[in-house]
Write a protein that binds this ligand. Structure first.
Ligand code: SIN
Length: 512
C-alpha cells in the first residue's frame, strides 16, 4: 500500500511563498554557542549521512519564514539501512546491564542540562514557541531521561506461587527489540525523549523519524546521546518529507521492527496501526485530543482563568492536551469571560526569541488557515468574537482569540483546533456538561474547576478521557502515565511507559 506522503505527517509542511530569504550559512541562522550541535545530516549506524538522492528538505523558522537550514530527504533504501543498523546493534545493547544503561541515560540527561541554552534556542528557532517555553520543554524533555534511567534498574520480574508443590513460576522482563519512533513538531525535543528514553532504558535499539518541520532538535539530541556513550546503531535517524509514505510504511511493516511508537493525529495513527498489524507489532499511540475544560459555579474563578490560560494558550494552543472546548456555568460565565479576555488581551505575540513575546507563531500557514476556518465556522453559526478572530496577514501568526456562545454544532466541538482559540459555551447542569464533554470520539485529557469534593470525584470519574486535570490546567510531567482512551491512543508513555518496550517472559521451573 502506498500512502499519500502528506498524510503521514501530523501537519503539513507549507513552503512559504513570501519573506523567504536563504541564509548564507546555517550556523549564522542558529547562533548557537556550540555550532557542533547543528546537524544537517541524518544518522545511520553511527554515521552522519546525506540522502542517496542528495535531495534535501528546507526547514523554516515559523516566526520569520526564513530558511534555517536543510536536512536530507531520505527514502526507503535509507530506512532499510537504518533498520538493519538497529538490528545489528541490538544483541550488544540488549545485553548491557540495567546499571550501564542507567549511567548512559544519566550522562545524556546531564548533557541536556549543560546545553540547555543551545537546545532551547533550537526549539524556538524551528518550532516558534517562546524561549521561556523552549527552556521549559528542554527541562521537561531531559526529565524523561532521568526518569527512565531510574526505571531501567527497576524492571523487576515476579514470582507467582504455583498451585503445584514442585513447580515455581517466575517472570522476567526483556527488551522488545528494534523500535520505530515517529514524533510530532509541537514538542521537538520532549516527544523524542519520552519514547527514546524508555526504549534505551529497556535495552531496545531505535529508528527515529522526526517531523520535517523540527528535525534539528532531534539531531542535536542524537549527538548528545552519542557523546553520552550510546553505541553506534542503537539510535538511527531518518529525515523525510515527501517520501514519508514509503518511510513510514517500512518503519511499520518491516519484520525486523518489533514495536512502533507514534505521537500525532488520530488519522495518521490509524494508518500506522493498520500497517503495524501486518506483523502484529506492539504499538504505542498518543493521538489527537479535543479536551473539555469545565468551570463549575463553585470554582475559584481566578484559578480557573489561570488554568485556562496555561491549558489553552501554552505553545500557542498547539498541544494535544490543550483545552479545545471551554464550558462555563451560566452563573459565572460573564465574569469568567471578561477576566479571561483581560488576561489574553495582554498577550504579546511575536518572535519567540524576543524577551517581550509571550506567545509565538503557529507552525506554518496551513495551521493558521485551520484556526481561521474554525473561527469563521463558529461565527457563521452564531458565536460572538470577544477578542481577536483574525490571523496576521502574510505570516504564521494568529491573534489570540476568544469566542463566546459557541454552538454545539461548530467544528471546534468536533475537531482539534491546535491554535490560540478559546471557544466558550454556557451550561446549566452537571449532567448536561458531562454529556457535552463526552460527546466526542477522542478522549485524551479533560479539565474541570470545582471546590465541591463530591462533584470533584463524580466528574473526574465520569469524564471519558485518559487524564483529568482537576483545578489545574497543566498535567504534563515525566512521572505520569500519559495517554488517552477512545480514539486518542493506545498504551501509556512517561511514568510506567518502560513496560511498553518490554516483553514479560514466563519461566516455569518443574521437577523440583
Ligand atoms: C502533546 O501535545 O503531544 C504532548 C503534550 C505534553 O506532553 O504536554
Amino acid at each position: 500500500m502506498r500512502l499519500p506522503p502528506l498524510l503521514l505527517t501530523r501537519t503539513l509542511f507549507t513552503r512559504p511563498t513570501i519573506h523567504l530569504r536563504r541564509m548564507s550559512s546555517a550556523a549564522a541562522a542558529f547562533g548557537l554557542k556550540e555550532a557542533s550541535l547543528i546537524k544537517t545530516q541524518a544518522f545511520i549506524a553511527g554515521q552522519w549521512v546525506d540522502a542517496k538522492s542528495r535531495e534535501t528538505i528546507s526547514v523554516i523558522n515559523p516566526a520569520t519564514l526564513e530558511e534555517l537550514g536543510t536536512v536530507p530527504e531520505m527514502g526507503l533504501a535509507e530506512t532499510k539501512e537504518a533498520i538493519d543498523a538497529a538490528e545489528k546493534a541490538l544483541p550488544e545493547w540488549s545485553k548491557t546491564t540495567a546499571k550501564q544503561r542507567h549511567d548512559v541515560l544519566m550522562k545524556f540527561f546531564k548533557l541536556m542540562q549543560e546545553h540547555n541554552d543551545d537546545l532551547s534556542r533550537l526549539i524556538t528557532l524551528e518550532n516558534g514557541k517562546t524561549l521561556t517555553e523552549a527552556q521549559g520543554e528542554n527541562a521537561y524533555s531531559a526529565s524523561f531521561l532521568e526518569w527512565f534511567a531510574e526505571e531501567a534498574v527497576r524492571t523487576y520480574g515476579t514470582h507467582i506461587p504455583s498451585p503445584f508443590p514442585n513447580v515455581r513460576n517466575v517472570t522476567i522482563k526483556q527488551p522488545v527489540g528494534v523500535v520505530s519512533i515517529l514524533t510530532p513538531w509541537n514538542f521537538p525535543s520532549a516527544m523524542i525523549t519520552r519514547k527514546l528514553g524508555a526504549a534505551l532504558a529497556a535495552g531496545c535499539t531505535t529508528v527515529i523519524k522526526p517531523p520535517p518541520e523540527t528535525p534539528f532538535s532531534c539531531l542535536a539530541l542524537v549527538e548528545l546521546a552519542r557523546r553520552a556513550g550510546v553505541p553506534d546503531g542503537v539510535i538511527n535517524v531518518v529525515t523525510t518529507l515527501k517520501n514519508v509514505g514509503e518511510v513510514g510504511k517500512e518503519m511499520c511493516e518491516s519484520k525486523i521492527v518489533k514495536k512502533v511508537s507514534f505521537t500525532g493525529s488520530t488519522a495518521v495513527a490509524k494508518l500506522l496501526a493498520t500497517m503495524s498489524a501486518s506483523t502484529l507489532k506492539k504499538v504505542s499511540i498518543e493521538a489527537g485530543g479535543n479536551a473539555p475544560f469545565i468551570v463549575f459555579d463553585d470554582a475559584n474563578i481566578d484559578e480557573a482563568v489561570a488554568g485556562a490560560i496555561i491549558c489553552k494558550f501554552r505553545t500557542s494552543g498547539q498541544t494535544c492536551v490543550c483545552a479545545n472546548r471551554i464550558y462555563v456555568h451560566s452563573s459565572v460565565y460573564a465574569e469568567f469571560a471578561s477576566r479571561l479576555a483581560e488576561k489574553v488581551a495582554a498577550f504579546k505575540i511575536g518572535n519567540g526569541m524576543d524577551k517581550e513575546t509571550t506567545h509565538g507563531p503557529l507552525i506554518h500557514t496551513r495551521a493558521v488557515k485551520k484556526v481561521q476556518e474554525h473561527v469563521d465556522d463558529a461565527v457563521a453559526l452564531g458565536a460572538q468574537v470577544l477578542l481577536g478572530g483574525k490571523s496576521v496577514p502574510d505570516s504564521s501568526f494568529f491573534n489570540p482569540t476568544i469566542l463566546t456562545d459557541v454552538p454545539a454544532e461548530a467544528r471546534i466541538n468536533r475537531e482539534e483546533t491546535f491554535g490560540p482559540l478559546a471557544a466558550l459555551t454556557k451550561f446549566e447542569t452537571e449532567e448536561e456538561v458531562i454529556k457535552l464533554a463526552n460527546d466526542t470520539e477522542v478522549g485524551l485529557a479533560g479539565y474541570f474547576f470545582s471546590r465541591d469534593i463530591g462533584r470533584v470525584w463524580r466528574v473526574a470519574e465520569k469524564l471519558e478521557v485518559g487524564m483529568v486535570g482537576c483545578n489545574t490546567g497543566l498535567i504534563s510531567q515525566a512521572v505520569i502515565p500519559f495517554g488517552g482512551i477512545k480514539e486518542s491512543g493506545l498504551g501509556k508513555e512517561g511514568g510506567p511507559g518502560i513496560e511498553e518496550y518490554l516483553n514479560t517472559k514466563l519461566i516455569v521451573f518443574g521437577g523440583l
